[in-house]
Design a protein around this ligand. Structure first.
Ligand code: NCD
Length: 310
């Protein structure tokens, strides 16, 4: 049974490991035979409502829809809509709901996608809301690991950076809890550790995890190093950001001690936290990861909107 048909996608924990593995298999089938799916979503429209900046999430959803023969309408700058005249967000979303078959929303406030799902008839996909949820990023992250390593189970994963404010890492950690990694290292300055709810999930999952301040202590052990930028815009106190900026950096020298098979993932955008000379090495998985994002979003749209896969 297709576990995604007609469903909202609000948080990664709304789905099970089995659901995610089902989606990975659908993605594999699409990747293998991409030409077969070019008009599967003909006459379908994806609406997008982006209240916060985005490159990959919006463009890959748009590209995914168009590669499946569908079309898109929406906005990435809310101030070109009647929101500028004072229209309430909910009414703006209601209009997309009338015109479209599925809606992707991104918003700076946590809970915005859940609220959208309550007022809209068509399925809502959360393209990131606030500091917490970014389920389709996690789907593509886990799919990348599945493609590159054959699965998550047994791997040693380091997650480095702003684990407090980054929804990409919060969602990723919640996603990892559904699998059986051998160990998770939470690498960050102490004030940027994940929020309690994520730690509670890690505890409940029984996965071995450890807080680490300096990535150099663990780099030789890692199979994956997942890096995220400091989320400057989400710091309630700018002086807190000033104190912490530049506090972690992955340099090419550090990688001399890493396994040859270690891979660096990053949701992007990357700013100052990774040495750009790493981009050309085999360690860098992040561009490929962004490409898998297109395919997993194609699979998700086909699965939500059709009964093509059972
Ligand atoms: C992330 C986001 O928006 O949360 N970007 C993305 O969707 N690939 C990560 C970030 O902004 O740092």
């Amino acid at each position: 049974m297709n576990p995604f048909r007609g469903r909202d996608v609000i948080g990664i924990t709304d789905f099970s490991r089995k659901d995610l593995e089902w989606l990975f298999r659908v993605t594999d089938r699409i990747v293998e035979d991409i030409g077969e799916y070019t008009d599967i979503l003909k006459n379908r429209i994806l609406g997008y409502a982006f209240f916060e900046s985005s490159t990959r999430t919006r463009l890959s959803f748009e590209a995914a829809m168009k590669r499946l023969g569908g079309q898109t309408v929406g906005f990435a700058q809310p101030m070109v809509t009647s929101l500028r005249k004072g229209e309430k967000m909910i009414d703006t979303l209601r209009m997309l709901d009338l015109y479209c078959d599925v809606i992707v929303i991104r918003h700076p406030l946590e809970g915005a996608a859940r609220l959208a799902a309550e007022v809209c008839e068509c399925p809502i996909i959360n393209g990131g809301d606030g500091k917490f949820q970014h389920p389709t990023q996690t789907m593509l992250d886990l799919y990348t690991i599945y493609r590159e390593f054959g699965g998550v189970d047994g791997l040693i994963v380091g997650v480095l950076g702003d684990l407090k404010y980054a929804r990409a890492t919060n969602s990723f950690l919640m996603g990892l809890c559904m699998f059986r990694p051998k160990k998770i290292y939470l690498i960050s300055p102490p004030i940027l550790r994940p929020r309690e709810m994520v730690i509670d999930l890690l505890k409940a999952s029984g996965i071995d995890y450890e807080f680490v301040d300096d990535m150099q202590d663990v780099i030789p052990e890692l199979d994956i190093l997942y890096v995220v930028r400091i989320q400057k815009e989400r710091f309630p106190d700018p002086s807190e950001y000033e104190r912490i900026k530049g506090s972690y950096y992955v340099s090419l020298d550090y990688l001399e001690r890493a396994k040859d098979t270690m891979r660096i993932m990053h949701p992007l955008p990357k700013l100052e936290e990774i040495d750009p000379s790493i981009d050309k090495t085999d360690y860098a998985l992040y561009y490929k990861q962004a490409k898998w994002g297109l395919y997993i979003r194609m699979a998700l749209l086909v699965s939500i909107l059709t009964d093509m896969f059972e």
